[in-house]
Design a protein around this ligand. Structure first.
Ligand code: FAD
Length: 340
């Protein structure tokens, strides 16, 4: 229940980045409003949508947000390495044993983070879309939602994912770093014992892209393909057929040239995307959400110039993104997916 229309921070989007931002802002004592679209798509049965995979290092970030055990609670399968051809790249190990990644039930994972945001005292408006935003008198961001109501805050954090609400409304400059990449993902059930026993979490190049397989509990397998060709979306055997959930996205690599302004910070997919081969979409959503909230905290409590806070954030995000992007690009060039 929203008490009045004045906040320290307004967060656009209640996905991974938005919830992480909200929790961290609340940990700093800031009053924040998270505005998000329809949450009904999250109300689905367990293991009825394709999984997304995350490195176990995400646990440290989630613990810092108070979302303890969320990886285990939304887990549909574990993996200790990624097979490519005949070799396996293991994630690593320590005194406690092998590191194991998580194949996550994404709706359950996001719902868990939203619950943690609510518990932290975040005020929330769901089933609403931000329709306009502008810098108002007194340097406060003025945000209007689809119901026609306006809210104000010193900061707007854009965590609206593909919608890129701030980027689009304010026509911010962005750059593309890849051709259009067609991404498909699906969930296959009813895999026979003998086929399932041969499956490994794997990443393999195809003629125009790659295919990821994530075998899960109950003999299910999530498959994800990325291709420069529009129609090359079917998974290659052994999991072709029986995919009861299949979705498509354009995953062309893009990044806004500047990621923080006076009163506005972009984070998660709203700031920049690489295709899922980068393996860091969820991690980056968590990290950049936390970092964005840290910037707001500095602006409120440290007396530092907002321009220098904004520059540090842009440098941090871009440094991380561009390093990963260069690695991915040279891999794609090496495998003939991109021209040199
Ligand atoms: C097919 C596929 C497979 C993937 N696999 C993996 C994987 O295995 N591992 C991995 O780490 N990453 C993976 N990713 C990437 C990962 O899903 C994203 O990077 C991550 O979910 C981004 O989170 P986010 O919070 O930035 O955006 P989102 O999760 O997109 O959240 C955006 C939120 O903003 C809300 N919103 C949108 N517009 C408005 C508006 N106008 N007003 C208010 N709210 C709005 C939406 O309702 C939503 O809640 C995959 C992506 C795809 C497409």
């Amino acid at each position: 229940m929203v008490k009045d229309n004045e906040f320290d921070v307004i967060i656009a989007g209640g996905g991974v980045a938005g919830a992480a931002t909200a929790i961290r802002c609340r940990q700093s004592g800031l009053r924040c409003l998270m505005i998000t679209g329809n949450l009904n798509p999250l109300d689905v049965l367990f293991q009825t949508t394709p999984s997304e995979s995350v490195h176990p290092g995400a646990e440290t970030l989630l613990n810092a947000l108070g979302a303890f055990n969320l990886l285990a609670a939304s887990c549909r399968g574990r993996y200790d390495g990624i097979a490519t051809g005949n070799s396996v790249n293991f994630l690593g190990s320590d005194a406690h044993g092998k590191w194991q990644g998580y194949h996550l039930d994404k709706p359950l994972f996001v719902k868990g983070l939203i619950a943690a945001a609510l518990l932290s005292g975040t005020e929330t408006l769901s089933n609403e879309k931000i329709t306009s935003l502008a810098l108002g008198n007194g340097g406060r961001m003025v945000v209007k939602v689809s119901a026609g109501i306006t809210y104000q805050a010193r900061y707007l954090i854009d965590a609206s994912g593909h919608s890129q609400i701030a980027g689009k409304i304010l026509n911010l400059k962005k750059s593309f770093y890849s051709p259009v990449l067609y991404c498909w993902t699906g969930l296959t059930s009813g895999i026979s014992d003998d086929v399932f026993s041969q499956l490994h979490t794997s990443f393999d190049m195809t003629r125009h892209g790659w295919q990821w397989l994530a075998p899960e509990d109950h003999q299910y397998c999530t498959w994800t393909t990325v291709s420069t060709l529009r129609n090359a979306h079917r998974p290659i055997s052994p999991v072709a057929g029986n995919s009861f959930q299949s979705v498509h996205r354009n995953m062309r690599w893009r990044l806004y040239d500047k990621l923080a302004y006076e009163g506005i910070i972009l984070c998660g997919d709203a700031a920049g995307i690489l295709d899922p081969a980068s393996g860091q979409g969820l991690l980056m959503a968590l990290m950049s959400g936390i970092q964005a909230a840290e910037c707001v905290k500095l602006a409120f409590y440290s007396g530092r110039q907002t321009a220098s806070i904004a520059k540090d954030y842009t440098d941090w995000f871009k440094g991380f993104y561009l390093k990963k992007m260069e690695l991915l690009r040279s891999y794609y060039v090496h495998n003939g997916i991109f021209d040199d």
